[in-house]
Structure formats: structure tokens, C-alpha cells
Design a protein around this ligand. Sequence first.
Ligand code: G3P
Ligand code: MG
Length: 375
Amino acid sequence: HHPLIPHRAFQTFPATPPKTPADFAFAFDIDGVLLRSSTPIPGAHDALTFLQKQRIPFILLTNGGGKSETERVREVSEKLDVELDVSMFVQSHTPFAGMKQYHDKTVLVVGGDGDNCQRVAEEHYGFENVVTPGDIVCAYPDVWPFAKVFLDYYKGFAKPLPKPINPASPADGLKIDAIFVYNDPRDWGLDATIILDLLLSAQGRLGTLSPKNGDEALPNRGYQQDAQPSLYYSNPDLWWASSYHLPRLGQGGFRDAFAGLWSSVTKGAELTKTVIGKPHQPTYEFAEEKLRAHRKQLFGQVGLNDPLRRVYMVGDNPESDIRGANGYKSPHGSEWKSVLVKTGVYQESTKPSCEPTVIVEDVAEAVRWAVEDGR
Ligand code: G3P
Ligand code: MG
């Protein structure tokens, strides 16, 4: 029992959980709220267990990733000693599964340990031809001269590249139609080099150069110029709360570093990209659909319209959790309130870069405050 959740909270709730769903629910961020890397944050177990006992639904909504939802939710469930499953779990790249227009195309997947993200894309999301920068550097070691020291690591998981149509001319080499950054790149040098090569290439063909030098505003030069490969980022976080006592650079750090390279290399050409993840609207819409489906699973059909009216987003990062909840426009008309905890990126007694509904010590107090607020 956590001191911050007074016995009163147990006494004031009906002994037998309600049959109909409460009109409110929670969305919990993971890093900095429930865990610091793999260490549970005090009170996290009690907070989630309390809600489960009271049948108050919640989802986990993280900008993290790098593994399948099944694998990640099992890990988090074990660390927190709380029953969790994929029906209540949204990671940074989960929405990529729905991008069926690329499932049969050849895509580059960047980030994460080894080929974990490649396997997520192929085995869980239905992508058929997935290539990693590791596959490319093993096929063409000179593509990034400084990767030689890491080659043993890459050889541990690299796969042969899809066969080029006509290896004779580089223009018929490997063609990448889209680039997905799933998780934090481990080797910013190699990953940035490969992404840069592909965005500067003719029609996404590795080893070629488009005369446009990346500037889409320039006219096509006499041959059919497919659009450059599309670039998708899954997580905007510049900082995140790991086991180190100071926030660490997240995928947003890599994105900003790449933007600097792009600007220098193309002399300021616009970089066309799509960024999902908190604080962006599409990720919150995706999360609300997941939450509503989870509530239906818990309570059976809750009639045509679920009485869900309020969602408490509990997070540690003002720029992702708080800004996202504050700015989210629910298509169902639910109101999202933002609860900022002091156990992650946000540093106590500083002014948060985005004002939350309330600032509390930690996730246990967040639940207590919200349960009172919801009365
Ligand atoms: O890579 C994970 C980091 O960006 C933050 O994750 O759980 O705090 O959204 P989370
Ligand atoms: Mg966080």
C-alpha cells in the first residue's frame, strides 16, 4: 500500500467494482512515470493495481519502442508486477503497422538494437521487404568508412539485400520507397549517412545522385523523377528520463542532428518528413481508439457511445505528454487533462515549458488527485 494513496481511497470506492465503466480513464507515459529504464518508480505498482481493482481502465502511451508490443508489454508487466497486455499499450511506432501502402514496398527501418525493429516491421506489422543500415553497410562496407569498427556487430544480424533488378547499373540498385525511424539510432553516423544518401538519390536508388540535390522545389530534369523516399520519425522527444540522473537525448536529438546535416548539404533545402508520437494529434487519436476498444473489452458493449468523458494523461515530459494532452482535440469530445510528475524529465521547481492541469510528486499522487478530481 502506497502512503500517497490513503486508505480512504479504498474505503470511498464501492467494495464491488462497478458494472458500468467510470466516465474517466487514464493514459500513463512509461519512462519517467512508471520506470526509469528498467527500475520501477516507487508507487507505480500500487497506482496501477489500485485502478485495476477499481476497474478504472488505463492505457500505457509511450514514445519508446524498439521491440514488438507483445515483448515490451510483457517486460513492463514483469517489472511493475502488474497484469498488462497489448490491448492497453501504444508505443511510438505502433501506428506504423497501419501504413499498408508500404507493406509490399522496400523500406528502410532505422533504430533499435540489432534487427529488432526489422523483425517488428516484418513479423508484426506486415512489411514484406525491410532493409536496415546494418544490411547495407555489410553489403557495401565503404558506404560509411568509419563503420569498420562496428562491422562484427552488424554481421551478427545483417541479411542480404533484396536482389537489384540489374546489378550492372547502379541506377537499378536497391530502391528504397520509404524510411522509418522506429527507435533511437545506435550509430548516428551510419544511419544519418544512409538516410542522406537515399534522400539525395535518384528515385530512392542507393548509390545514385539526383540532380535536385534534395531540393524538391527544383524542376525535374528530363526523366521520370519519383518522389524521394518518404521519411517518417516515430518519436519527437529531444530528451527522455533514463536511469541516468539527467535527461538523455532521444530520437528528437537524432532528428535535429540530421536536420543540421541536411541543411548544410543541400544549402537550406526543405526536408519533407512526417513526425508521429506524443505530442502530435494522430498519436493521441490512435491512443484514444485503443483506450475505447480496451474499455469495450473490459465492460463488454458499453452501448453505442461509451460514457468516457475525461482522460488523465500522466507524464514527465512537458513537451510530449503535457503539450500533447493539452492540445488534443478528441473526435469523441472527451476532455484530456494533463498531470505532470516530478520523477522524470521535468525538474521540480522549474517552470514547465507547457503548463499542465496539475503538477504532482509522482504517479501515485497523480492517481489520487485524478480520482478526487473525477468525483
Ligand atoms: O525513447 C523513449 C523516450 O523517448 C521516452 O519514452 O515512455 O517517456 O514516452 P516515454
Ligand atoms: Mg516519459
